[in-house]
Design a protein. Sequence first.
Length: 85
Amino acid sequence: MGAKTDELTFGEALSAMKQGAMVRRKGWAEDSYLFLDNSGDARYDAQGQHAHGGVITFRYPDGHIAPWAIRDDPSLLATDWEIAG
């Protein structure tokens, strides 16, 4: 049986992103999703310190991409994540 592709927790979705998958919540526009940007560009955290690892990035329906702001997003506790595409 294949890997689970829907009804994922955010932790499962994050693991999938680490493997190169794009994920979204059920109900999001089909062309909106999150992915892990591992482009290697210099990244810095809020304190100006170099941040290691990838950046969770959101693709908007219009194609615009930006870092995903997750500070108080209830999506972190959702269990309706799915693999996009």
